[in-house]
Design a protein around this ligand. Structure first.
Ligand code: PBG
Length: 324
């Protein structure tokens, strides 16, 4: 007999395809990264990230309101601070009236139920553009953890719901968790960038924040793209140390890691589809070489199919508009 099973039966119409679809996308899947700058009336496009902007606090309000109305319920805040405020220890990061602290309050003012996550790392505040304190051209671990823990507390005090350490120092999740507990921030969560690779895909982000490393690279703390089991080890340690959500970053090139972790761990996994991934698609679409919306949806679907429970993506608004 000719095949009893014809797989094309389940592909024959839109209706049946929808019925058997295994992965679906909704606004609940997204964390929206936002770039904040000083000033007023500022909405400046990031040259290497078409249609993505840095906002001053007044215009951040409008943006956050829009996101909330669109059903996007979580933001991840990054700040670009003036050069004269940068030093080796990232002192400005602890300023209770610093840009990050004001940004957190601004978001909570306009959308009290918006889930606010904050970047915890020294690079936007570091005169060296590194994620940690520099001594003799080395990024020193434990002293950095101490500052990161203080930074996390400062964000919690300002109203952050979850802190997101993106620095890859050893032991920082435990440091931060213990500090939060001691200060009474028991419900402040930690989303750890647990498997963060030393990737060339971060270029546009460093343009956005003017945070490129002043010397060397980040390979002594971020992971080697060639490694796979190391990602599991890093992530299991972060979970032991108290991470509520773990992350793989970047996205598309690292989906094997996402699936490895999905099979291994019991906490939500987020994936950061990073600036370079965004830039590549925007550029190809501008040239008319790729269908922007179709490729975007295919990529987001692939990230989710691989095992992402959450996706930090610059495409979040574009995707939600398309879903409507
Ligand atoms: C820095 C940080 C980076 C990103 C998020 N946090 C860049 C880096 O590690 O140099 C990259 C995000 C992106 O490329 O979209 N702590």
């Amino acid at each position: 007999m000719f095949p009893l099973r014809r797989n094309r039966r389940l592909r024959a119409s839109h209706a049946v395809r929808s019925l058997v679809q295994e992965t679906s996308i909704s606004p609940n899947d997204f964390i929206v990264p936002l770039f904040v700058v000083e000033g007023s009336g500022v909405k400046e496009e990031i040259p290497s990230m078409p249609d993505y902007y840095r906002f001053s606090l007044d215009l951040l309000k409008d943006e956050v309101q829009l996101l909330w109305i669109m059903g996007l319920k979580s933001v991840l805040l990054f700040v670009k601070v003036h050069d004269h405020l940068k030093d080796n220890a990232g002192t400005e990061a602890l300023n209770p009236n610093g840009l990050m602290q004001r940004a957190i309050k601004t978001v909570k003012d306009v959308a009290p139920d918006m889930y606010v996550m904050t970047d915890v790392a020294l690079d936007p505040f570091s005169s060296y553009g590194h994620d940690g304190i520099v001594k003799d051209h080395q990024i020193i671990n434990d002293e950095t953890c101490d500052v990161l823990a203080k930074m996390a507390i400062s964000h919690a005090q300002a109203g952050a719901d979850m802190v997101a350490p993106s620095d890859m120092m050893d032991g920082r999740i435990l440091y931060i968790r213990e500090a939060l507990e001691e200060e009474g921030y028991k419900n402040t969560g930690i989303m750890s960038y647990s498997a963060k690779y030393a990737s060339a895909f971060y270029g546009p982000f460093r343009d956005a924040l003017d945070s490129a490393p002043g010397f060397g690279d980040k390979k002594t703390y971020q992971m080697d793209p060639a490694n796979r089991s190391e990602a599991i080890r890093e992530t299991l340690m972060d979970i032991d140390e108290g991470a509520d959500i773990v992350m793989v970053k970047p996205g598309l090139c690292y989906l094997d890691i996402v699936r490895d972790l999905k099979n291994e761990v019991e906490v939500p996994i987020s994936v950061y589809q990073v600036s370079g991934e965004y830039a590549m698609l925007k550029a190809a679409a501008e040239k008319g070489w790729l269908d922007h919306d179709a490729v975007m949806m295919e990529q987001i679907t692939a990230i989710k199919r691989a095992g992402a429970d959450l996706i930090a993506s610059y495409f979040a608004k574009d995707v939600v508009r398309l879903l409507d």
